[in-house]
Design a protein around this ligand. Structure first.
Ligand SMILES: [Zn+2]
Length: 165
């Protein structure tokens, strides 16, 4: 997508609103700084297939609601939750698919929650992955801890090697 003012294709999203079937985004060009609006029909017809084979249309509001439930009483702002859903929609759009599994949506959300809040992460994982028993919850927690350790290692490396340039 190109800036209508200068043709540059680097821009950032400054506001996102859901308008029924279209997603309206205000963007700012990183080259000329002019603002423009895009209307993306990301999700009409996008189907989400559930584990039981049942399919239903992708529903942004429903996804927002389920993340809100997981984030209840946690220090996560409404804006942060919206930005998680925006991220998920951007990813889905990038895949260019007409159907996506609920597990894929779940992992996209979890990728984001992992770096934000561990309690919300576990709550969301327990709903989305439909845990059968506590050992599954346990392995989910172990995975999360492993992920955080990795990030800690990366942070250490960042200290050891000062950035160049
Ligand atoms: Zn521009």
């Amino acid at each position: 997508m190109q800036c209508p003012h200068c043709g540059n294709d680097k821009h950032r999203v400054i506001d996102t609103r859901n308008r029924g079937e279209a997603i309206r985004r205000r963007r700012q060009c990183l080259h000329c700084n002019q603002r423009f609006t895009t209307h993306e029909h990301v999700t009409p017809g996008l189907l989400v297939s559930k584990r039981d084979g049942h399919r239903e249309p992708f529903d942004r509001q429903k996804l927002l609601a389920s993340i809100r439930v997981s984030a209840a009483k946690r220090p996560i702002s409404k804006q942060r939750i919206k930005s998680i859903v925006n991220y998920v929609e951007d990813k889905i759009q990038g895949m260019g698919r007409s159907e996506i599994t609920s597990e894929m949506i779940g992992s996209l959300v979890l990728d984001q929650l992992a770096g934000i809040d561990q309690v919300a992460y576990i709550r969301f994982a327990s709903v989305y992955r439909d845990f059968n028993d506590l050992s599954e919850v346990r392995s989910e927690v172990d995975q999360l801890m492993g992920r955080n350790n990795l990030e800690a290692d990366e942070r250490l490396q960042a200290f050891e090697k000062p950035p160049t340039g």
